[in-house]
Design a protein around this ligand. Structure first.
Ligand code: HEM
Length: 444
């Protein structure tokens, strides 16, 4: 704490990838490793702890490139972490993402038996993530990380996913992404919505006070301190099906754009319906100081501008009156695109795999990620819309509906199917740098 009572985050111990918004444009690589020998795993932790950059100097342009290291529960086990320590982690993390599939809506095509191997099998122990504004810097950052495990007996690289910004600088459905970022006490990184009070650091980092006054701790404390939970999900996007849906339900190309905006809550340019409900404003969409600076309740309680069921209003209702306390369900979120762009205008599926590597960062897997996924994305009860799911990312095994509030009568669209299929994912823990060294020195 400072004399003024402000929280001081130990930024030199927190991994850079935790707090920092990803650069735009970007390239990113995810590498999954399996630890077959605990001593090799510990040596790996020692080596990678010197490759990971800390979050200190949060606004330095050089820190736009980073390598992060995260471990699954099975990974902590493979390193020989004692059971009493393992038991002190969040129970959802102990279960792992595949075991939570039913609750998360990972059913039907999205269910773990259809996931890309080895995701969800228990073999993924450690995930290395490198993010950078360009290929050259990515390679420079990744090289020492690769050297740390290459040719090491007992460590196997078992999966890799490369991501890159699309030429349109949007996610595959065509929307600008990476706009909103919560303000976090003590992080030194400004939030993007001046109307949102900074969130307590304990919402995102273990070892600090959270919004409910509690502090998440592990046994021993050094293992969890300055760490956080990270959720990785490989989400395949059915871009052609999404475009077809817009076309079939619109009278003109302008109508298609409006329908897309109503489903997302933002025009494709990023401009929010809350600030420009009738037509796109590309300048506003690109303006980082203005494009996230809004609330809903005062001038749009019924969702005439931004439907309550749109993706961004569901996943962060801000001040809108909904069941629940919104501040308890905030998250740091990063999306990086994989696969080729589906050329503009194409509405036939070309069979290629494209989508988003979705990453969540937060100290509360249950009340942040799982709550948003189950209650806000895959249900509509919280704002009075029955069972209607998120029109874009909802897990729709059966057709869902989407309502656009309108005068004199609302518009209700039926027959929305899955536009996003889960290809796999993992619940991970991203330890602080000291914790990485603690893991390296384990003697069990
Ligand atoms: C392929 C799947 C997804 C796509 C294409 C997608 C796309 C987007 C886009 C374009 C935005 C607006 C940009 C921004 O506000 O930064 C956004 C915002 C957001 N998304 Fe998603 N998203 C996906 C999945 C998810 C999932 C699975 C979650 C949570 C479990 C989620 C949570 C959020 C949140 C919290 C916001 C910020 C809302 C706000 O603060 O206004 N998204 N998403």
């Amino acid at each position: 704490m400072t004399p003024e009572g402000n929280v001081l985050l130990e930024l030199d111990d927190i991994q850079s990838g935790v707090l920092r918004p990803r650069p735009t444009p970007y390239v990113a690589t995810y590498i999954a490793l399996r630890i077959d020998d605990r001593n090799a795993g510990r040596e790996l932790m020692r080596r990678v702890s010197s490759v990971v950059t800390p979050a200190a100097n949060p606004t330095s342009p050089l820190a736009d490139t980073w390598v992060s290291v995260a471990l699954t529960y099975q990974g902590l086990k493979a390193l020989g972490v004692p059971q009493s320590s393992l038991d002190s982690f969040a129970w959802e993390f102990q279960q792992g993402m595949a075991a939570r599939a039913k609750e998360l809506g990972d059913t039907g095509e999205s269910s773990p038996e259809n996931w890309e191997r080895p995701l969800g099998t228990g073999d993924v122990h450690l995930v290395l993530v490198a993010v950078s504004p360009n290929d050259q810097q990515l390679e420079t950052a990744l090289d020492p990380a690769r050297k740390a495990y290459r040719e090491m007996r007992g460590i196997e690289a078992i999966w890799r996913q490369d991501c890159h910004a699309l030429p349109t600088e949007t996610e595959p459905f065509g929307f600008r992404d990476g706009i909103g970022h919560p303000a976090i006490e003590g992080s030194g990184i400004p939030g993007t919505n001046s109307k949102e009070q900074p969130l307590k650091a304990g919402e995102f980092i273990l070892g600090y006070r959270d919004e409910l006054g509690g502090i998440q701790r592990t046994q021993p404390e050094i293992l969890g301190r300055n760490g956080t939970y990270v959720v990785f999900r490989k989400l395949h996007q059915r871009v052609a099906a999404f475009r077809q849906f817009l076309k079939v339900n619109s009278a003109s190309p302008e109508d298609e754009e409006l329908l897309a905006a109503k489903m997302m809550g933002r025009w494709r340019s990023g401009a929010p319906l809350a600030l420009c409900p009738f037509q796109d404003d590309a300048k506003l969409g690109a303006d980082r100081r203005r494009n996230n600076d809004f609330l809903y309740e005062e001038d749009d309680p019924a969702g005439f501008k931004t439907p309550g069921g749109s993706h961004i209003r569901r996943t962060n209702p801000r001040d809108a009156s909904v069941a629940g306390v919104v501040r308890l369900h905030r998250m740091i979120r990063r999306g990086t695109a994989y696969g080729p762009l589906l050329p503009e205008g194409v509405v036939e599926d070309d069979g290629l795999d494209r989508g988003l590597m979705f990453a969540f960062v937060g100290a509360h897997l249950g009340r942040q990620f799982e709550f948003v996924q189950t209650q806000w994305i895959n249900d509509g009860v919280f704002f009075g819309a029955g069972a209607a799911k998120d029109p874009i990312v909802g897990s729709k095994d059966e057709a869902s509906s989407f309502t656009i509030p309108r005068r004199p009568v609302r518009r209700r669209l039926q027959g929305l199917h899955r536009f996003v299929v889960t290809r796999g994912g993992e619940y991970c823990f991203m330890p602080g740098l000291q914790a990485m060294r603690w893991l390296a020195e384990l003697q069990t």
